[in-house]
Design a protein around this ligand. Structure first.
Ligand code: AKB
Length: 317
């Protein structure tokens, strides 16, 4: 039986991943890790154990892992791409110094570790069309630099110490439960909130700017499936490209407008977000994930739009 620690359990991905893992492995086997000031509430707090798990404090991590006999860590602690540009030192402290602590604790306690990478690990020199699994990664954001380092350091701990590190490169994740915050792809979440509130959407990303995106259920599926995959089949371990849909602002706008005919959008392009978006792939090639661990997404843009609108109509009544 797995005992799992989710670091960052109150964030956009963590809040839903913790719930899903509890459904699969049992409530008492999944610890919701948090930092003071971002405590879990409601069902997340009541359904299972919760504990402070601060990646910048190695002793704190070691204590939680010992207390709950943890054998698998999902490490979701990070600042997203836009906010990281205004706080680069903090982004590095959480993303890389923190990862080092997580990997050291995993080495000592024999834990498997998932630490997501991102489309942000690519840069302007990367081939943008069907971006290959193994290709140029020269990002110029601190977020991207920390994600490339995450992939390399995770590989290093696997090769040198035998720690079972695995991960995927997440696209922009779209969800209705917990807002993201400080990412370049956040517009693809915000646009649904505007549509349901009956407001005009002010789009910070320019027309024609393609980025990979994924609906939360597929993101959870990818994170859990890679950790359950047969290790003998894996050629890669960290930073698997996973793709499900790629679109520009006008395409998601049209998809929503088919359900909300009065919906309006106007562009007010944010230069920082735009320059980051233009440096990322238009669409990744995820053949390796499909071949090595049978990755296959369930949601396309239309299926996601129907589901997002239905859930947000319930949420924003
Ligand atoms: C961001 O926009 O920073 C994230 C990501 C794609 O990693 N959503």
């Amino acid at each position: 039986m797995k005992n799992i620690l989710v670091i960052g359990s109150t964030g956009q991905i963590g809040s839903e991943l913790t719930r899903r893992l509890r459904e699969i492995y049992g409530n008492t086997h999944v610890v919701a890790g948090y930092i003071p000031g971002a405590e879990p509430k409601g069902e997340l707090l009541e359904a299972g154990p919760a504990a402070v798990a601060d990646v910048t404090d190695a002793q704190c991590l070691s204590d939680v892992v010992t207390k709950y006999e943890i054998d698998t860590i999902y490490n979701l602690a990070a600042l997203l791409s836009v906010v990281a540009e205004s706080r680069p030192r903090l982004a590095w402290k959480i993303g890389i110094d923190g990862l080092w602590n997580v990997l050291e604790v995993a080495r000592e306690h024999n834990c498997a570790v998932f630490t997501p990478s991102s489309i942000g690990s690519f840069g302007a020199d990367t081939p943008h069309q069907m971006t290959p699994q193994d290709t140029i990664q020269r990002p110029r954001t601190i977020y991207g630099i920390s994600k490339v380092t995450t992939e390399l350091l995770s590989d290093y701990y696997h090769l040198k110490y035998g720690v079972d590190t695995r991960s995927v490169r997440f696209p922009g994740i779209i969800s209705y439960l917990t807002l993201p915050g400080g990412g370049t792809t956040d517009y693809a979440v915000d646009i649904y909130y505007s549509a349901v509130r009956g407001e005009k959407f002010i789009c910070p990303i320019g027309q024609g700017t393609l980025m990979d995106m994924m609906y939360m259920p597929d993101a959870l599926k990818a994170a859990i499936q890679i950790m359950e995959a047969d290790g003998n089949r894996l050629v890669h371990h960290n930073g698997f490209n996973v793709a499900s849909m790629s679109f520009a602002p006008e395409t998601i706008f049209e998809a929503i407008k088919r359900h909300k005919p009065d919906f309006e959008m106007e562009y007010q392009v944010d230069p920082l977000r735009q320059s980051i978006a233009e440096s990322w792939p238009d669409k990744m090639d995820d053949t390796c994930a499909r071949t090595e661990w049978d990755w296959k997404p369930d949601f396309d843009l239309e299926a996601m739009t129907v589901d997002m609108l239905a859930h947000l109509e319930q949420k924003i009544k």
